[in-house]
Design a binder for this molecule. Structure first.
Ligand SMILES: Cc1cc2nc3c(=O)[nH]c(=O)nc-3n(C[C@H](O)[C@H](O)[C@H](O)COP(=O)(O)OP(=O)(O)OC[C@H]3O[C@@H](n4cnc5c(N)ncnc54)[C@H](O)[C@@H]3O)c2cc1C
Length: 387
């Protein structure tokens, strides 16, 4: 186990206490009603959790990525919807503005985002550009005063509530794939921008997942992030941090599944004794606990690599992909076993086992499916052995 620093322990205690006091009861209700937890998200902002790793001169909490992973883990252990709201905001919106924004852009957008007064989102996916973001069709054309965007994004986390989001668009139609796109900052009130379909999902039901529509959406000069043609590079850099966030979300869900399963196994009696005395149940608990520790090590390792490498995060891709792949599949297996240990009670809504199962499933899909993570890992490993 990593020896956590005093600051990391403080974040863990603070987020655990917040989650128990403010999120636990609400988590059941917002899962059923699909209500976005705006109030508690704002409170997380007041605690520094909407800008964990960013400089305090921009309103951030100035902590490290391990603290960030711990925060997402603890929040997701109680409410996975809140976990993804925090992760998408921090990793996918604040991060690219922080790393690729001009000083002016940072001063304009980061303070409100880092304090949770504004909510952020990230628009990469399109109907025909999922795993392959090179298939992006949204365009941004310069008009002398700024850019005009046309197209749409789908499945965007925080979409309905985002005051600010970053989005990828083709800026050079004749350019080479993955070198022809750029990122732009979009504000809620920009003319021609609207939120479209709101998805009705299997899990993480209290998070918002929407379509973002640009119809002759006019944005002024000063909204491009980085240089023209850097869109793909910014997306990949951003996803390294994002994958650590989702890996931490998966870890929190898996931890919750273990805790629920162990408590139930100690309490439920069949054949005259607690089911926890049955070897069949013990082996499931043992596998869950062991895999969760392995996930935690991978997640904290990937986070520490983000800390050490700063802006040059080349090695981060492999380790972020490994952490996300393993933690997501671990969460799925743990949530599955949690239901199994609950028997029929795991299948009904009186217990949270069924919610954990529904919530775990998405971690294998968004910010790169498990197949895509395997691709990233394999390409990295193969390149290490090229002669
Ligand atoms: C709840 C939710 C929230 C989301 N939030 C966001 C967000 O905030 N921002 C955003 O931009 N996107 C978001 N997404 C989109 C998400 O990242 C994509 O759904 C995901 O990347 C997969 O893309 P796709 O759905 O188009 O599937 P596809 O790319 O069509 O994949 C379908 C299947 O083919 C496999 N596949 C595809 N290509 C390969 C390959 N090269 N090798 C092996 N297998 C492959 C996939 O693994 C998958 O099994 C979200 C999605 C959901 C459901």
């Amino acid at each position: 186990m990593f020896d956590l620093t005093e600051e990391q322990l403080m974040v863990r205690n603070m987020c655990r206490e917040f989650a128990e006091k403010e999120l636990r009861e609400q988590a059941v209700e917002i899962d059923r009603t699909h209500r976005f937890p705006l109030e508690t998200t704002r409170k997380l902002g007041e605690l520094g959790i909407m800008g964990v790793v960013y400089d305090d001169k921009y309103g951030g909490a100035g902590m490290d990525y391990i603290s960030y992973a711990i925060a997402v883990e603890e929040i997701s252990r109680v409410c996975a919807s809140s976990g993804v709201i925090v992760s998408a905001h921090n990793s996918l919106c604040v991060s690219p503005i922080n790393y690729f924004g001009t000083e002016e852009q940072k001063q304009k957008y980061l303070p409100k985002l880092c304090k949770g007064e504004h909510i952020g989102a990230f628009g990469l996916t399109e109907p025909n550009a999922g795993s392959d973001s090179g298939g992006t069709k949204t365009t941004a054309v310069a008009d002398g005063k700024g850019f005009i965007l046309n197209g749409s994004k789908n499945f965007i986390t925080n979409g309905e509530y985002a005051d600010v989001h970053v989005t990828l668009a083709v800026t050079d139609k004749s350019g080479q794939k993955n070198k022809n796109t750029s990122f732009f900052i979009i504000e809620k009130g920009d003319p021609g921008f609207s939120v479209g379909k709101v998805e009705d999902k299997l899990g993480i039901c209290a998070s918002s997942t929407t379509e973002m529509i640009y119809e002759d959406c006019k944005i002024p000069e000063g909204r491009m992030l980085g240089k023209p043609g850097e869109g793909f590079k910014i997306a990949m850099h951003t996803l390294d941090g994002g994958r650590v966030g989702i890996a931490a979300q998966a870890l929190g869900i898996a931890q919750a599944a273990l805790e629920e399963a162990a408590k139930y196994a100690n309490m439920r009696e069949q054949f005259g004794a607690p089911i926890g005395r049955l070897q069949a149940i013990q082996w499931m608990i043992a596998d869950m606990a062991t895999e969760i520790e392995a996930s935690r090590l991978l997640v904290y390792q990937a986070a520490s690599i983000l800390d050490k490498n700063g802006a040059n995060r080349r090695p981060a891709s492999k380790y972020a992909a490994m952490a996300k792949l393993y933690a997501a599949e671990c969460a799925h297996r743990c949530a599955h076993k949690c239901i199994q240990i609950h028997g029929g009670y795991g299948y009904v809504k009186d217990y949270i086992a069924e919610r954990l199962y529904r919530d775990a499933r998405i971690t294998e899909i968004y910010e790169g499916t498990s197949e895509v993570q395997r691709l990233v890992i394999a390409l990295n490993v193969l390149s290490e052995f090229e002669s």
